[in-house]
Structures are given as C-alpha cells and as structure tokens.
Design a protein around this ligand. Structure first.
Ligand code: FAD
Length: 332
C-alpha cells in the first residue's frame, strides 16, 4: 500500500488501515516533513498564543514508528505508471498493489501575483516561515515590529488570517474583488457583521478591486490594482482559493472533474488500483475541502481496501464555522 501525502487525510488513512491490519506494508510518501498537525489552527495561532513550533502534535518520524509505516518524507511523487503499477518519486520508484492519493490541493495563484513575492498559507512549513519573518513581538505591543500585511482574497482563509494577524498586532489590509468579505454568504450578512466587529482592529478592508501587478521596491512590496490604487506592504499573503494539482492524476490518465474524480461508493478513481481522499478529490465535480469529510472517507476506504464490503461515502453540504475570533460565525 502506497499513500501519497502526509496531511490529515494521509495520516488518518494510515491509522485506519493499521487498526484493521497489523501486517499490511504501508509506505507513505510526502513532499513535506510529514509532521502531524491541525491545519485549522494556522489561522488562529496568534490569538491562541501558539508559537509555530507548538503546532506540531507529533513528529512525522515518530508517527511512522508508532504505526509501523515506512515514511519517505521530503519526497515528491511525480509520475504514476499504471501499467506497471509504479510510482516515480524524487527518491526512486515504488511498486504498489494499491495506491492512495492524499496530496491535497494548492492555492490557485492568479498570474498577476508572482509566487516568489507572495506567501500562501496552506501548509505548516510555509506558515512557520511566515511567522518567523513576521516576528513574535507585535502581539506584546511593540509597535515598531508590527508589519504591514496585505491579504489578497477575503474568503474563509483570508478573513481568518486577517483577523488573527490583526489581533496579533500587525497592520492588515484585506482586499477582494467583491464588495465585502465572505461574499459567498452575503445573504447571511456575514461580511457586514465582520466589518463591524473589525472596527477596533488595525484591519482595513478594500473591496471591489482586482490585482494588476505586484512589484518589489527596496524591502517593500507594492501591489497595484486595475483601478489604479497602490497598496504597500511588508508581506503579501494570497488566499484566492484552492485547486488540485493535476500532474499525478494526468500521468495515470485518471478521470478528472475539477479534481480527482472518485466513485463515492468506494473512493476509487477511474483506475481500479488507485484511490483518493481529502482535499484533492471531487465527487460529481464537487470538492469538500474540510476536515469533517476526511474521517468518513477513511471509513469508506478502509472498508474497501481491507475487503470489508462497501461503506459508501456521502458528500454533504458543509456547515462552515468561521474562526474569526472577534466574531466567530456559523454559516450554511
Ligand atoms: C488556514 C486554514 C484553516 C482551515 N480551517 C479549517 C477549519 O476550520 N475547518 C475545516 O474543516 N477545515 C479547515 N481547513 C481545511 C482543512 O485543513 C483541509 O481540508 C485538510 O487539512 C486537508 O487535508 P489533506 O490531507 O487532504 O491535504 P493537506 O493537508 O494539504 O496534505 C497534503 C499532503 O500531501 C503532500 N503532498 C502534496 N503534493 C505531493 C506530492 N506530489 N508528492 C508527495 N506528497 C505531496 C503535502 O506535503 C502534504 O503532506 C483549513 C485550511 C487552512 C489552510
């Protein structure tokens, strides 16, 4: 059994499989260092006064030992040869009987935003590097170390990060093409309520703008909007939504529908020997990039892979709990 990805989905599947079968050989391949952590904490860590290193719940190497899993950390899966059932990685080729893709999604970076100048907060490693650059002292009231942070995209992640960094003492500008944050939930007045709650924070929302370019000017960054505004910052964070990288799926010619298309009965892809779960999958073209579905997907997969019959996975509309601590919201 080869699993690609050591996020919530990959580790939880390894736990589930090991609980059913103590002898099954499991190899886990992960681009990151595979440390176990709760990703939702990345957007509330400042207000909860969690230092970046405190976010690690268990070292990847310790989890691998505990579960008797062969871990290949800092290893990228790059190509699947489905005819020979082999996975090419940056550390050699692995043969598999069953392959499970749990490689998550990545921030969809608009072309106007150069990757080298923008942070993307979708993994612990990137978040730890960002926190190191932001410094820790702002929350203690040392105004001279507060940074100007510009966040592009006022959806869930952008709004939560803006809230957290502002409460951490940084000066935050949050921008969006829409006129208010959380515009998907405008019928529930989510954005209006948030803007009200943010009034006392060093947090400015600029709506109705789209990015034209980002340039470095000395130590600072200058973001220009299409309507001619210029916004300066020390750091730019992009939170413009997620997309599943298609390279691995394409290499095996897997059916694709805005993500890796899986059968909800089994979470099997269009290749009988390849399954998938977590942020990288879609069911009937719908992704559900939340924590809650992963445990149910693991049940479906464990039943299927351990020959215990069919335990179908049901895609449900998520109840979204927005962790903007100045005004937590529950949205439907
Ligand atoms: C800031 C933030 C806050 C969030 N808050 C919430 C919340 O409050 N509630 C909620 O339900 N959800 C929340 N989410 C979403 C939730 O965290 C994700 O849905 C979930 O963690 C996805 O897990 P995953 O294992 O599918 O993907 P990931 O956690 O992205 O893991 C993917 C793994 O695959 C590895 N990988 C990627 N490509 C390759 C490759 N080519 N080869 C090998 N390995 C590879 C990566 O290194 C990583 O280990 C939040 C997300 C963020 C970013």
């Amino acid at each position: 059994m080869v699993i690609v990805g050591a996020g919530r989905a990959g580790w939880q599947l390894a736990e589930g499989l090991r609980a059913q079968d103590v002898t099954l050989p499991i190899t886990l391949v992960s681009a990151c260092n595979a440390d176990v952590y709760d990703k939702p904490l990345l957007s509330v860590a400042m207000v909860r006064q969690l230092a970046p290193e405190q976010l690690v719940k268990e070292r990847g190497t310790d989890a691998a030992r505990r579960l008797n899993v062969r871990l290949l950390a800092a290893t990228h899966a790059i190509h699947i040869d489905s005819a020979t059932r082999s996975l090419r990685t940056t550390r050699g080729v692995l043969r598999y009987d069953a392959l499970v893709l749990a490689h998550g999604a990545e921030v969809a970076l608009p072309p106007e935003l150069p990757a080298a100048l923008c942070w993307r907060v979708n993994h612990l490693g990137a978040y730890q590097r960002l926190r190191a650059r932001l410094g820790e002292a702002a929350a203690c009231g040392a105004k001279d170390v507060a940074k100007d942070v510009l966040i592009v995209g006022a959806g869930l992640i952008g709004s939560e990060l803006a809230n957290d960094l502002a409460l951490g003492g940084h000066r935050v500008t949050l921008i969006d093409t829409q006129q208010e944050p959380l515009a998907r939930w405008s019928a529930q007045q989510a954005g209006a309520q948030l803007l009200e709650a943010w009034q006392s924070l060093p947090l400015r929302f600029v709506g109705g703008v789209s990015v034209a370019s980002v340039k470095k000017q000395g130590e600072r960054l200058v973001l220009s909007t299409r309507c001619g505004k210029q916004l300066e910052a020390d750091h730019i964070i992009v939170a413009t939504g997620l997309q599943t990288p298609s390279r691995l799926a394409r290499s095996a010619a897997l059916a694709w529908d805005k993500g890796i298309a899986v059968d909800p009965q089994t979470l099997c892809t269009s290749d009988a020997h390849i399954h998938a779960l977590g942020d990288c999958i879609t069911v009937q073209g719908q992704a559900s990039r939340f924590i809650e579905p992963i445990a149910r997907q693991v049940k479906t997969l464990v039943a299927n892979l351990c020959g215990q019959g069919v335990v179908p996975y049901a895609q449900r509309a998520a109840v979204v709990r927005v962790k903007t601590s100045s005004l937590p919201l529950t949205l439907h």
